[in-house]
Design a protein around this ligand. Structure first.
Ligand SMILES: Nc1ncnc2c1ncn2[C@@H]1O[C@H](COP(=O)(O)OP(=O)(O)O)[C@@H](O)[C@H]1O
Ligand SMILES: O=C(O)C1=C[C@@H](OP(=O)(O)O)[C@@H](O)[C@H](O)C1
Ligand SMILES: [Mg+2]
Length: 178
């Protein structure tokens, strides 16, 4: 992969990943989408049939396969919480970008989301504490942190693009990392 996006649910990983891939002229992969395709069912159905532990096992297996591809990878909000995944994200030379958002922003964006089992099961207080619990894991592996509150997807994407150019992690001419 050329860039990996991490962050809590609703931070914009899927949205920004698509835009960034268009800007970099590389493919976009969404880990959740790959899981849905591999499992042949929605994440919500998978969670209710097999539970979160099985979901994490499948997520880890699919992450390993996806890392070999090129392009932008949008992870799921829980991906870096699995210790094996965290170690991969810490060790990789690929830039790992953390999208951050306040609990209020997250609730505004995904509070009514039907397809996110963890959002559906939790009260605002539980979601706030889950976000706080996860933050150290995200920070452990992030090369760049971006606060997405009150910022448009295009602005955020441009910031990542500029970061990649400025740190020589993307070349306009080659369209691949060097
Ligand atoms: N910067 C942003 N500003 C406003 N809305 C956003 C922003 N980023 C994402 N969204 C919206 O928030 C919701 C969740 O975004 P998504 O990209 O699916 O997040 P994630 O993949 O991190 O869970 C979507 O409805 C999306 O359109
Ligand atoms: O935070 C999590 O544990 C999850 C986040 C979701 O992805 P998004 O972060 O893209 O919503 C999805 O992987 C699943 O519902 C579990
Ligand atoms: Mg997503």
């Amino acid at each position: 992969m050329d860039v990996i996006l991490i962050g809590f649910m609703g931070s914009g990983k899927t949205t920004i990943g698509k835009l960034l891939a268009e800007m970099l002229l590389v493919p976009h992969t969404d880990l959740d989408q790959e899981i849905v395709e591999s499992a042949g069912q929605t994440i919500k159905d998978f969670f209710s049939k097999y539970g979160e532990v099985k979901f994490r096992e499948l997520e880890h297996k699919i992450l390993l396969n996806q890392l070999k591809k090129n392009g932008v990878l949008s992870t799921g909000g829980g991906t870096p919480i699995n210790i094996q995944n965290l170690e991969i994200l810490q060790a990789t030379k690929t830039p790992v970008i953390l999208l951050e958002a306040s609990t209020n922003t997250i609730l505004e964006r995904v509070g009514k989301s039907e397809e996110r089992p963890l959002v559906n099961q939790m009260s605002t207080r539980q979601l706030t504490s889950l976000r706080a619990e996860r933050m150290p894991f995200y920070q452990e592996c992030a090369d760049l942190r971006i606060n997405t509150d009150n910022r448009s997807p295009v602005e955020i994407t441009e910031q990542i693009y500029r970061y990649l150019l400025d740190t020589n992690q993307y070349s306009i001419n080659s369209k691949v990392k060097f």
